[in-house]
Unconditional design. Structure first.
Lengths: 433, 144
């Protein structure tokens, strides 16, 4: 089957935009009337639902940020009652409070529909066995993918994460044709399989990977495809949008963002101005039909570009390209969000080292590896190797405690790290190179 | 006994473990016409400490500090060894028998025979024990 819902997926652009305008207009009216949060925000911005007269008037609406969710923990922004809520997911926050996302039945249906279209577009369907190796539970990956895969009539193998040898046995015994997991977990599976003497290319029926929840590159895609003999597709989503939501189609040319589900803008992160199609900027999404936790102009913080043209697959919906970075320098290390500002804060409290630092992130084997390079202060240098090792251990220990992730520290000579005027480039993310 | 004249000022320099660092140090000392009499490199994971006895330690210190290096003075002693089998044993035994710990050490072939440079935990005790045992300590003036 080429399309899950050809009427929508191949709808002419003008019709799609008319539909988006209607959905936006009713969303804005609903929130202005029923959501104190959005009502106040619109008042502050001096915008009334009557001012939204065409699709591009979305620019008049206020932005929403991650901090709005944290500030309103756990459910102060929800616009559904307990009667209407059917599920919660909670995203792990390493700093402050986590964020809670609630879903009505319609929210779950839209999420599942979005994935059903995506999975169909990359060639999966009835007869496929999809091994869902994202974590099941509070994290959105496992359950989201589970329902999407069931919807298209595939057989779900709800393997979750871990117990890798058993995963490989089941993959063989039950004939899994696709796996959904993080790219690093798939690499790990590949390595464990080799140790077990299992050649994924020859000894399994695996031919598709649906990989996401962390940044990866075209280089890694090529490596995975060559090594494991599968086609590897990127998937995009965050818990605020519902979960993993948008996939690439068989063309592998960016995620199709379904226009009836989300209105995408790419903006200049500094000025908030909208950018032209093809220009690189911050992804901003309005989820058009969300009931429990509405999202208007939500600034996810991911940097990408948008492609408006019709895809070679025939779908008319816009595509966004692979995520190219973060506005706030946030890094995802082994699934944990790390902000360079927290590293800076932790280092400031350690007198033996300077305040300049550099972060180098690499993927070593299947794992993300974070190295923090920091300058040893003149006063703390002693002739003794052991003393220097102790300083390094102290820095590693402090960083681990404040970031919740293992960090390697390298002490370097004072003045040797690059100094920057204005915005510094402290992060070298080799996973994105 | 005046032990001070046997205490030698070694310079220790923190260095990243990457190509060109030793060359940078050596070039700077050469430019200042500072002679390196003995030296060693201690290597740890990702960094190293370069230790040297030079004829003008103060000048070397100021020059390297001005270039941004982490540099410190450390007190060491120098013992003449017999340049023959068992020579090192004699010196090491004196210190071991006296409960003095050697933190690190390096040797060089001096003008009048082999010399062992020692960094010990108890400098004064070490000087006394070595002298009492009849071995020869080199005075600071030999170096600078």
């Amino acid at each position: 089957m080429k399309c899950w819902d050809p009427r929508i997926e191949e709808m002419p652009k003008e019709e799609l935009q008319r539909m988006q305008y209607k959905l936006l207009k009713s969303l804005v009216y609903r929130l202005y009337s029923f959501s104190p949060f959005y009502h106040d925000r619109m008042k502050e911005q001096k915008v009334h639902p009557d001012d939204i007269c065409k699709l591009s008037d979305v620019h008049k609406l206020p932005f929403m940020f991650k901090r709005d969710l944290r500030d309103n923990y756990p459910d102060k922004i929800f616009t559904a009652t307990k009667d209407e809520l059917v599920r919660y997911h909670v995203s792990s926050g390493t700093t402050g409070k986590p964020t809670v996302v609630g879903y009505t039945q319609n929210d779950l249906n839209n999420w599942t529909t979005s994935l059903a279209r995506g999975l169909t577009s990359l060639g999966l369907g009835r007869g496929d066995v999809i091994q869902v190796s994202y974590g099941y539970g509070l994290f959105t990956g496992g359950l989201g993918m589970h329902y999407g895969a069931e919807r298209i009539g595939a057989t779900v193998l709800p393997a979750s994460v871990g117990n890798t040898e058993r995963q490989i046995e089941l993959m063989q015994d039950l004939g899994a044709t696709a796996i959904a997991c993080t790219p690093s977990y798939l690499l790990h599976i590949g390595e464990v399989a080799e140790k077990m003497g299992v050649n994924i290319k020859k000894d399994t029926q695996l031919r598709t990977g649906i990989l996401g929840a962390e940044p990866w590159t075209e280089g890694m895609r090529n490596r995975i495809q060559d090594w494991l003999g599968i086609r590897a597709y990127d998937i995009y989503g965050t818990s605020e949008l519902s979960g993993p939501m948008f996939t690439e189609c068989a063309e592998q040319k960016g995620f199709h963002i379904w226009s009836d589900i989300a209105l995408v803008e790419i903006i200049d992160p500094k000025t908030g101005e909208s950018l032209e199609a093809g220009e690189k900027g911050e992804l901003t999404i309005t989820v058009l039909q969300k009931e429990a936790l509405p999202m208007i102009r939500y600034r996810i913080g991911d940097i990408t570009t948008m492609e408006e043209g019709i895809c070679a697959c025939g779908r008319t919906h816009p595509r966004i390209q692979r995520i190219q970075g973060r506005v706030d320098d946030m890094l995802i290390i082994r699934g944990i969000n790390v902000f360079p500002s927290h590293i800076e804060y932790a280092l400031m409290a350690i007198p033996e080292v300077g305040e300049h630092f550099q972060i180098v992130v690499e993927r070593k084997g299947a794992l993300d590896d974070m190295l923090v390079r920091v300058e040893l202060n003149k006063e703390s240098f002693s002739d003794k190797i052991n003393d220097i090792m102790k300083i390094r251990q102290k820095v590693e220990h402090r960083l681990k405690n404040s970031l919740n992730v293992n960090v390697d520290v390298e002490l370097v000579e004072p003045g040797s790290l690059p100094r920057f005027e204005g915005k510094s480039k402290k992060v070298i993310d080799k996973r994105l190179m | 006994m005046d032990t001070k004249k046997y205490v030698i000022r070694q310079i220790s320099i923190f260095s990243e473990n990457r190509p060109g660092r030793l060359a940078a140090i050596a070039h700077a000392l050469g430019e200042e016409k500072i002679n390196i009499l003995a030296f060693s490199i201690a290597e740890a994971n990702g960094f190293g400490v370069v230790r040297a006895l030079v004829d003008h330690p103060e000048k070397a210190h100021d020059k390297l500090l001005s270039m941004g290096f982490n540099i410190a003075f450390t007190d060491v002693i120098a013992v003449r060894m017999k340049d023959q089998p068992g020579g090192l044993y004699e010196v090491a035994k004196i210190l071991g028998d006296s409960g003095i710990n050697i933190e690190y050490s390096y040797a060089y072939s001096g003008k009048e025979g082999a010399v062992l440079i020692l960094r010990v935990d108890l400098v004064e005790d070490a000087i006394k024990k070595i002298q009492n045992s009849g071995a020869t300590l080199l005075e600071r003036s030999v170096f600078h």
